[in-house]
Write a protein that binds this ligand. Structure first.
Ligand SMILES: Nc1ncnc2c1ncn2[C@@H]1O[C@H](COP(=O)(O)OP(=O)(O)OP(=O)(O)O)[C@@H](O)[C@H]1O
Ligand SMILES: [Mg+2]
Length: 134
C-alpha cells in the first residue's frame, strides 16, 4: 500500500521493538493489517486531516505478541465502538464499504492466530490492537 499512502500524504511511523520470534501465519496477519491500514487511510482522507499519520507499534508479554495501529483521524464515535466488528456494519456508502473488513479480521485473529483484535480511542484517533498467541 506504500504508493497509495504516499499519494495521499500519509506518513507511516514504525516503532518496532524487538520481540520473540514465533511460528505464525504471515498471510493472515498481512490481510488483517491491510484491512486496518486501509480503514485508517480512508478516514484520514475523508476527514481531510492535516498531518496524516499511521503509527505501528510492536510489543509482547509472556503469552502474546501485539501489533498496535494508531491513526490520527479522531477515533471511532463512542456509540459505534461495540458495533464495528459486527458483520455488515459500515458508515461508508455501498460502493466504498461492505462492513466485512473488521469482522473478518477479528474472526481470523481469533480462529487462526489464537489472539484477538480490539479497538480503543486515543487522544489522536483509533488504536487497533492485534494480539497473536506465542
Ligand atoms: N480507523 C478508524 N477510525 C474510525 N472509524 C473506523 C476506523 N476503522 C474502521 N472504522 C469504522 O468501522 C466501520 C467498519 O469497518 P470495516 O473495515 O469492517 O468496514 P468498511 O471499511 O466500512 O467496509 P469494508 O468491508 O470494505 O472494509 C467503518 O465503516 C468505520 O465506520
Ligand atoms: Mg474496511
Amino acid at each position: 500500500m506504500e504508493k497509495s499512502l504516499e499519494n495521499n500524504d500519509i506518513t507511516i511511523e514504525r516503532i518496532f521493538f524487538k520481540t520473540e520470534k514465533i511460528d505464525t501465519l504471515p498471510r493472515e496477519i498481512l490481510q488483517i493489517l491491510l484491512n486496518i491500514i486501509k480503514n485508517a487511510k480512508e478516514i484520514l482522507v475523508e476527514k481531510e486531516i492535516e498531518n496524516k499519520v499511521i503509527k505501528i507499534y510492536t510489543s509482547e508479554d509472556d503469552v502474546y505478541l501485539y501489533i498496535d495501529i494508531e491513526d490520527n483521524a479522531g477515533g471511532v464515535p463512542k456509540e459505534n465502538l461495540n458495533k464495528i466488528f459486527q458483520p455488515y456494519f459500515t458508515t461508508k456508502d455501498e460502493h466504498n464499504g461492505t462492513g466485512l473488513g473488521l469482522y473478518m479480521s477479528k474472526t481470523m485473529a481469533q480462529k487462526h492466530l489464537g489472539g484477538d483484535l480490539r479497538v480503543k480511542n486515543s487522544k489522536h484517533g483509533a488504536i487497533f490492537t492485534l494480539s497473536i498467541k506465542k
